[in-house]
Ligand binder design. Structure first.
Ligand SMILES: Nc1ncnc2c1ncn2[C@@H]1O[C@H](COP(=O)(O)OP(=O)(O)OP(=O)(O)O)[C@@H](O)[C@H]1O
Length: 776
């Protein structure tokens, strides 16, 4: 500051200014780091200008050798003014530099700006000699050198110019002084600014130091905090680990406890469950036992009741049988009485004849003796009394014989009623099973069959096919079946017919009877039906015998037979040869609903008036059937044959009339129900057999259910047998069974079908006969 005040006291010569500027520059260089570049530039420009001015002054103020020394002073004074002037000219106002600089924040420190016009800037200053620099170097012309007035004028001009210049310089100097003052103010201001900045800088430094200390402190603190935090984190981690371990230990133990508890609960639960199950089992077992006992009691009761009923029925039957027996024996007695009476009558008649002969002889004798009467008057009256007595006895015997005959007829009617009632009680559809014997050893192994119920002969037990258990044990299941009668393999047709003879009798009594044989091929259907001692011949023989016997009871029967077959759902007449020579007409089924009778249009009907005519008819049918059969296939196996016997009876004594039909049906082999691998014609046959057999099953089922609609029309067979199956008829099915193990499956199927039929109850049959009400 001391320097500053001293420098301000110095004359404002360019050198002084230069010095001042250099001082300022130095000081700035020392203190003001921040502002030194700008201020330095300014100062450097000022210094440069000063130097240039100094240099210029130095050059321009050098007095020419030709000049007067008197002028030295003025020159000197003018030198100073011109030097100021030229300084001003050469550097211009000190602030002019700032104008060239780009606008900065400094613009805020707006100060008066000394500008020069372009013309000023363009105009170059003249030298002290009033010449331009260029002119000064030009050599003066000879004329000028020797023209004193001119030169004085020039000098005066120059002097004027110089004077002007000095004035200008003075005014410029004043301007410079002002500028300097301004610069000084500025410098002071800058110094103040610098001081302020320095103090600020100091403060900032202190602050920075403080901040650095703070920072260090903070850093240290941070490090400490970090270390502390790390330690805490580690502690926490350790604690966490420990906690986690503790928790996991606790968790494990809790899980163990829970699983133990769970096991315990499970045990408890399962025990409770088991107990509950056992309790329930006990309870249900108890209930079941109770129920079973109840049911057993009920069954026992029912059995008892049934047994009682059975016993009652048996006793009733026995009573009836006894009655019948008694009746029979009575009839036999009566018959023997009658015979006796007849014998008596004949003996009496012979006696009478003899007596009449003897009478004649006696009359002759009488006549001869009359003469003697007169002679012997007393003896003749006794002879005549004895004759009258004998005649009365003859009349009595004849009356008794007539009474016996009447009783016999009445009893026959009663027998029929009782017999048919008995049949009805047995059921209108009956099933009997017949097992044929093994014909040859070569036929194969015998199936496991037993007939446990020897007494009633109504049961058959079949050992089923072998079944292998998971453990490899081979077992056979037993299949028991029960029917109305089971015929063991050795049974003869005679015995079989004994069972069906009552049905044949029913046909004679005016019922529609249908007996059919069902079973697989080769099971004995044809043998049972059509062999020489089969059901058809036996039935016709029986009918003949019965008809003959019934004639005695005033019954007169007519009998006619037809024989048809159903093949491929077509009806063929077996009594008409059907070859290229004879073409039979198409058979048509006609039903008479009122009479419950069926007729077949265009079908040959043979009147059977003798037993031999039946045999002829059967042979004829067999012949016609064989013609239809091919070599490979037995026609009997693939068609259903139906022997139809119509019986019309009339009792001349009682006025009764009855019309019954006996149908004896030999069905096609039933095994085709399943084993169908046929093609073409065989396939058609098979389909038709299947259809008709299943329709037969459907009809029986529908009859058993009491359905409103019975599907008779679904097949030719059932359509034909409409009035011989169900309501007004009696049906017997023979299920024929093969004894062979190889046929076991088919046997089982046949027996199951038969069981289904056996379980069917078909409504009560009615005879078509008309009996006078007075007879009952
Ligand atoms: N009860 C029996 N006693 C003796 N032989 C029998 C008996 N049953 C059947 N046969 C014989 O077994 C063979 C086959 O019997 P049958 O022809 O009657 O069988 P099927 O069931 O009518 O066969 P298909 O359906 O082919 O007509 C015949 O040779 C027959 O004589």
């Amino acid at each position: 500051m001391h320097e500053d005040s001293s420098s301000t006291d110095e004359p404002q010569s360019p050198l002084g200014i230069l010095q001042l500027l250099r001082n300022v520059q130095r000081r700035l260089a020392l203190h003001d780091e921040d502002h030194s570049p700008r201020v330095s530039l300014y100062i450097e420009a000022a210094i440069r200008n000063c130097l240039m001015t100094q240099h210029h002054n130095h050059r321009t103020l050098k007095p020419p050798t030709t000049y007067q020394p008197s002028r030295q002073a003025s020159s000197t004074s003018s030198t100073s003014s011109s030097s100021t002037n030229s300084f001003n000219k050469s550097i211009g106002p000190p602030r002019s530099n700032t104008l060239d600089r780009p606008k900065t924040s400094r613009n805020n420190n707006a100060r008066p700006i000394h500008t020069r016009s372009k013309s000023q800037a363009a105009t170059r200053p003249r030298t002290a000699h009033g010449l331009y620099e260029e002119e000064r170097h030009e050599p003066p012309s000879k004329t000028q050198t020797f023209d004193v007035d001119g030169r004085v004028g020039d000098m005066e001009n120059q002097f004027k110019e110089l004077k002007d210049m000095v004035n200008n310089t003075l005014s410029e100097r004043k301007g410079h002084v002002d500028a300097l003052e301004l610069a000084k103010g500025r410098v002071t201001e800058l110094e103040r600014e610098r001081d302020r900045l320095e103090s600020r800088n100091e403060r900032l430094r202190t602050e920075v130091d403080g901040a650095k200390d703070d920072l260090r402190h903070l850093h240290h603190e941070l490090e400490r905090q970090k270390w502390e935090s790390n330690r805490q984190i580690e502690d926490l981690n350790r604690q966490h680990r420990e906690t986690v371990e503790d928790l996991s230990r606790q968790h494990r133990s809790a899980v163990d406890d829970l699983s133990k508890e769970l096991d315990y609960l499970k045990d408890q639960e399962s025990k409770e469950h088991q107990q509950r199950i056992e309790g329930l089992t006990r309870h249900y077992q108890q209930e079941l036992d109770d129920e079973r006992q109840k049911k057993e009691r009920e069954i026992k009761d029912l059995r008892l009741r049934l047994g009682n009923e059975h016993d009652d029925m048996n006793s009733a039957m026995q009573r009836k049988d006894r009655e019948m027996q008694e009746m029979r024996s009575a009839m036999e007695g009566l018959r023997s009485d009658l015979e006796r009476e007849r014998a008596l009558k004949s003996s009496l008649q012979t006696n009478i004849a003899e007596l009449s002969a003897s009478n004649t002889t006696l009359e002759a004798k009488i006549n001869s003796l009359r003469s003697q009467v007169e002679f012997l008057e007393s003896d003749s009256k006794a002879q005549s009394d004895s004759f009258a007595n004998m005649e009365a006895r003859l009349q009595d015997a004849m009356r008794i014989a007539e009474e016996a005959r009447q009783k016999l007829i009445k009893e026959e009617t009663e027998r029929r009623v009782l017999f048919n009632k008995y049949q009805e009680l047995k059921g209108n559809i009956r099933v009997m099973c017949r097992v044929r014997p093994i014909l040859h050893q070569s036929e194969g192994e015998q199936a496991g069959m037993s007939f446990p119920d020897e007494k009633t002969s109504a049961e058959i037990v079949l050992a089923g096919p072998e079944e292998k258990s998971s453990l490899g044990h081979i077992t056979r299941k037993n299949y028991p079946f029960e029917f109305d009668r089971v015929f063991v393999p050795g049974t003869q047709n005679e015995e079989v017919f004994g069972e069906i003879s009552q049905l044949v009798q029913s046909a004679l009594d005016g019922y529609n009877v249908c007996i059919f044989c069902y079973g697989q091929t080769g099971s004995g259907k044809t043998h049972t039906m059509s062999s020489s001692d089969g059901m058809i011949p036996k039935a016709t023989h029986m009918i003949y015998d019965t008809i003959t016997k019934l004639r005695e009871k005033s019954w007169e029967y007519s009998m006619e037979g037809s024989f048809v077959e159903v093949y491929n759902e077509e009806l063929n007449d077996l009594l008409t040869p059907n070859d290229h020579h004879h073409k039979s007409k198409k058979l048509e089924i006609r039903h008479d609903d009122a009479r419950k009778q069926t007729t077949i249009l265009n079908c040959k009907t043979v009147p059977l008036d003798s037993a031999s005519s039946v045999e002829t008819m059967l042979q004829e049918a067999q012949k016609n059937r064989s013609v239809a059969a091919t070599k490979a296939n037995e026609r009997s196996s693939r068609s259903h044959s139906i022997f139809i016997l119509k019986l019309i009876g009339e009792n001349y004594a009682t006025g009764e009339r009855c019309e019954g039909t006996l149908n004896l049906v030999d069905l096609a082999g039933s095994e085709r129900l399943k084993h169908s691998q046929a093609e073409g014609d065989r396939k058609r046959e098979t389909q038709n057999i299947n259809k008709s057999l299943s329709c037969l099953g459907d009809v029986i089922e529908a009859l058993g259910k009491g359905s409103g609609h019975i599907p008779y029309r679904n097949s030719k067979l059932t359509h034909l047998l409409q009035y011989s199956l169900g309501g007004n008829s009696k049906t017997l099915m023979f299920v024929m069974v093969s004894p062979l193990e190889t046929h076991l499956k088919e046997t089982l199927t046949s027996l199951r079908f038969a069981t289904k039929v056996h379980n069917t109850h078909i409504g009560t049959a009615k005879a078509t006969k008309k009996i006078k009400a007075s007879d009952y």
